[in-house]
Design a protein around this ligand. Structure first.
Ligand SMILES: Cc1cc2nc3c(=O)[nH]c(=O)nc-3n(C[C@H](O)[C@H](O)[C@H](O)COP(=O)(O)OP(=O)(O)OC[C@H]3O[C@@H](n4cnc5c(N)ncnc54)[C@H](O)[C@@H]3O)c2cc1C
Ligand code: SF4
Length: 572
């Protein structure tokens, strides 16, 4: 067992003893420290519970964050290959899914856009009619927005001004908006990089520094200006006594004492996630468990635990209703443009090109050019061999017509300074299923495998808009190479898979996030979201976790007997 774990356990043992005959290491163990996990840890610690947060990612500070995306070892998470960063990519037939892996979960790499979805989302999907969402949720969104320091972006960079100009040229200028972000921005007319005592939590939080608009949010903020969870919810949770164990991957959760519904508590087994050989196994006991490992992470862990017999009663609905948003990444490269388009915040503004389709202007910080190897000349057309042939033709024609310029935009150096990513999202519902299977190409072990209808990678209106945008700067409209070659869209917004429902026949948790068939077990992360939100999901995940935690009584009043309610159809 590593020294940190041993030290933490010593301390929690002392506390257990001082609380009488409580022989559990912790009251609650939270698996994952992202949006759902940090809210849970903070609210439970505040209610007097002894909380541990097991997080497989590392802890990041402004000093150890990578300077640019070329620092692959500190950017990408693939510990078996020695890559110990905070950004993870998972490849599936239906989507390449990007997600965060760190103390603070996705908040370390996220672009900080925090939007509430339209009210109609509460009337769709398996959660509709299980609560009076429309009247309950506004208060939780308000708390979530306050805790995450949501503000309207005031730092508009050249990419945002170009977006506005292009929208005006298309007659849709009125749809331009500045994004709502969780960033500590300087007051109007003031310079960034100024440090102030805690501006958000009445003096309980850490000192913070204002944003300088470097565009680096997705590479981790090296100025302490982005409102990441380790500077908010998680910071406060630790202040209230929660223990955060970084680089600690949960590999097993099983009921204690042979009591299959978990009413006698749980054993949680861990290994050191960044160790290749000495994996330092850990064993902890607790009364309750919160799964907050993200949509993919919680699905994967629960599939494994159901299969190995640790939690055999997890609903057969696990892996159903997974949503990835209809997203397409296109963009424009502007060699020779007078301004540095990497300036601003990562997602500073957006526009609506029609009722269902919106486009956000996204950027990486100067020097973070590694993504440049994945961008190529814009190519229209239906996915498949024809689109690949068309792409090859486009590249050859462009090389013949403008050899110098074409080579210039296809090579990655200077990419971030010249490239605006246009993130196109469509609020059209489409879902896939995740299964735990042996893939045909690797029959030796099981993996998460996606099934269902393919999400479109080609959104014609978006491509047209990219062309107009590029014309404004004399630049080149661009596509993402993997979308053309493999017809697989990329998405940072995977949700669902353990959705809220009336019973285990339709979902994995009830409307209070309690796992069907187990006691004192909850899921608080993106996996419970039961419908397409049409907007970036983190604010909703936070608000839902706030609501779920509001139902758990203070430690002094709990009877440790909380289980999911099945809603019968007649009462429904
Ligand atoms: C590049 C990028 C940009 C994004 N930008 C935005 C944005 O602007 N706005 C927005 O709303 N959303 C954005 N997102 C999406 C957002 O990050 C996620 O929706 C959000 O983080 C999900 O929250 P969560 O609580 O479900 O889990 P997460 O925040 O993903 O946290 C889950 C944590 O669990 C840990 N974990 C997983 N398995 C285990 C295990 N077995 N043991 C221990 N720990 C485990 C993981 O390491 C991770 O840290 C972005 C994502 C990416 C990748
Ligand atoms: S733009 Fe730069 S300073 Fe501002 S929040 Fe993002 S990374 Fe931090």
């Amino acid at each position: 067992m590593n020294r940190t774990i041993a030290r933490n356990l010593e301390r929690s043992d002392e506390e257990s003893m001082s609380r009488g005959n409580d022989h559990f290491d912790f009251d609650f163990i939270v698996i994952g420290s992202g949006f759902g996990g940090s809210v849970s840890a903070h609210r439970l610690a505040e209610k007097g519970y002894r909380v541990a947060v097991m997080e497989m990612g590392r802890r990041w500070t402004p000093d150890n964050l990578p300077r640019t995306s070329w620092s692959i070892r500190r950017w990408i998470w693939r510990p078996n290959l020695g890559l110990r960063g905070f950004f993870n990519l998972r490849f599936f037939k239906h989507a390449t899914i990007f997600h965060g892996c760190a103390v603070g979960g996705g908040s370390i790499t996220f672009a900080s856009t925090l939007l509430a979805p339209p009210e109609k989302v509460w009337g769709a999907g398996s959660w509709s009619r299980l609560a009076d969402w429309k009247s309950e949720m506004p208060a939780h969104y308000e708390t979530a927005a306050r805790m995450l320091g949501v503000t309207e972006n005031r730092i508009l960079g050249p990419a945002d001004h170009l977006l506005k100009k292009a929208a005006e040229a298309e007659g849709i200028g009125h749809t331009f908006y500045c994004t709502k972000v969780g960033i500590f921005e300087p007051a109007e007319g003031e310079q960034g990089n100024q440090t102030f005592p805690d501006p958000f939590f009445g003096g309980e939080g850490p000192a913070r520094t204002t944003c300088i608009g470097c565009g680096g949010c997705m590479m981790g903020c090296r100025y302490g200006a982005k409102n990441t969870l380790d500077l908010g919810y998680l910071y406060l949770a630790e202040k209230h006594g929660a223990r955060v164990l970084p680089e600690t991957r949960v590999i097993d959760v099983k009921p204690l004492g042979g009591v299959s519904d978990g009413s006698a508590g749980y054993e949680v087994d861990t290994i050191k996630s960044t160790a290749l050989i000495r994996r330092q196994p850990g064993r902890f006991t607790c009364r309750g468990v919160i799964f907050s490992a993200s949509s993919l992470g919680t699905m994967e862990l629960l599939f494994k635990l159901r299969e190995k017999g640790s939690l055999p009663a997890i609903s057969s609905q696990l892996g159903q209703h997974v949503r990835t948003n209809s997203e397409s990444l296109i963009g424009a490269r502007t060699p020779g443009y007078s301004e540095d388009v990497s300036q601003g915040v990562a997602i500073g503004s957006g526009i609506y090109i029609d009722e269902h389709t919106h486009i956000e202007a996204v950027r990486y910080p100067r020097g973070s050019d590694a993504m440049g190897v994945l961008t190529t000349i814009l190519t229209n057309g239906r996915p498949g061999p024809q689109r690949i042939a068309l792409w090859l033709r486009n590249v050859i024609v462009s090389l013949l017509r403008h050899p110098f310029k074409t080579v210039r935009v296809l090579q990655p150096l200077g990419w971030a300074r010249e490239f605006v990513v246009l993130l196109c999202m469509q609020a059209l519902d489409g879902e896939i299923e995740m299964r735990w299977q042996r893939p045909w190409f690797w029959p030796f072990r099981k993996f998460l495998v996606s099934r269902g209808e393919k999400v479109p990678t080609y959104i014609p209106q978006a491509n047209e808009f990219a062309q107009k945008y590029a014309q404004l700067t004399g630049g080149f409209p661009m596509s993402m190479l993997p979308e053309i070659l493999f017809d697989v869209p990329g998405t940072a917004h995977c949700i669902g898979g353990c959705v809220i429902a009336d019973s285990s026949s339709h979902g994995v948790v009830d409307s209070h996030h309690r796992v069907f068939n187990y006691k004192n077990m909850y899921i608080c992360d993106g996996s419970v979201v039961a419908t397409n939100l049409g907007v970036n999901p983190s604010l909703t995940i936070t608000a839902l976790a706030e609501r779920a935690m509001s139902f758990i009584p203070p430690a002094a009043e709990t009877e440790w007997n909380d289980s999911a309610t099945v809603v019968s159809h007649s009462s429904g």
